[in-house]
Design a protein around this ligand. Structure first.
Ligand SMILES: [Zn+2]
Ligand SMILES: [Zn+2]
Length: 299
């Protein structure tokens, strides 16, 4: 099993801590045997749009490079936060009390994390015209925060399930990013308290949720992501959770789901070692090259 595509790479243009230069991504990806290298910086809401404009400019400055792609990692947002950001109303993005602990966000750089209505309409905050104008070739859709849900295991599992279904069904989303990423953190308040994460929440995901998502991925012809940085990079998941997730991804494969691979690189140096380790892990779980596919625009 040899992966030859990495479609989930952040650059220094991303709104988070990512710091890789585009030329280093290209060089490192090629050296690791990647035939398809896609950069995909974050767009939580249109507040991050200026970052993507810069990323596009730098992408074009590399010149036409075969196999080098311009993607986007889009978050599942709420209509409530997008309307608020469109009004440039950032008031409740400051300090919010969470179980008595102040949580500060100085700008809606990660979206508006708190204060909205739970269970409201979901959206992605980019238009078809913007996708076209920015030359975005594919979208990776991911769950990156709770949507004003009670942050305990059961409601957070349901919230992730709803958001993932929304993303898979969305006509512009090609790849479901890192299924169930950060569920332990969001279910246990660790972003505020820095408590050690409790991975027990993974075992609480109902099997029917896995089955429903698998069916939906097949039905909508969307790719599920194998995220090597999250699964194998430092501080990602425990051995037990890694194998739990891999078993379920392998079940999806048996249901007919196709996959996409991404390192989700945030550091400066390309991580060919993650790719090699993922090759071995995929082999262990019976994956072959035939289980991986490309978004429709890249074929
Ligand atoms: Zn992500
Ligand atoms: Zn990412």
């Amino acid at each position: 099993m040899r992966l030859d595509a990495d479609l989930h790479i952040h650059t220094h243009c991303s709104c988070d801590s990512a710091c890789a230069l585009l030329k280093d991504v290209l060089e490192g990806g090629k050296a690791a045997g990647m035939k398809h290298i896609g950069i995909s910086d974050h767009l939580h809401t249109r507040f991050n749009l200026p970052d993507i404009v810069i990323a596009r400019k730098e992408f074009l400055e590399q010149g036409p490079v075969p196999g080098f792609h311009f993607g986007l990692e889009i978050s599942c947002a709420t209509q409530w936060e997008c309307d608020k950001i469109a009004r440039r109303d950032y008031t409740s993005c400051f300090t919010v009390e969470l179980q008595g602990i102040p949580f500060r966000t100085m700008t809606p750089i990660d979206g508006v994390m708190y204060g909205g209505p739970a269970g409201g309409p979901l959206c992605i905050d980019i238009s078809d015209e913007e996708i076209k104008a920015l030359g975005i070739e594919y979208l990776i859709g991911g769950v990156h925060k709770p949507n004003y849900t009670d942050q305990s295991p059961k409601p957070m599992i349901d919230d992730y399930f709803d958001q993932m279904q929304f993303l898979i069904r969305h006509k512009r989303v090609d790849i479901l990013a890192h299924p169930w990423w950060a569920l332990p953190s969001w279910s246990g308040w660790s972003i505020v308290t820095h408590e050690s994460k409790n991975e027990d929440v993974y075992w609480m995901i109902p099997q029917e949720y896995w089955d429903e998502l698998g069916k939906l991925l097949v039905q909508e012809k969307k790719l599920a992501e194998i995220n090597s940085g999250w699964l194998l990079g430092s501080g990602g998941v425990s051995e037990k959770a890694l194998h739990f997730l891999m078993e379920h991804y392998a079940n999806w494969r048996e249901m007919g789901v196709k996959f996409s691979h991404g390192t989700d690189l945030h550091g400066a140096k390309y991580r060919g070692d993650w790719v090699l380790a993922m090759n071995a892990l995929l082999k262990e779980y019976g994956f072959t090259e035939a289980d991986f596919d490309l978004p429709r625009n890249l074929k």
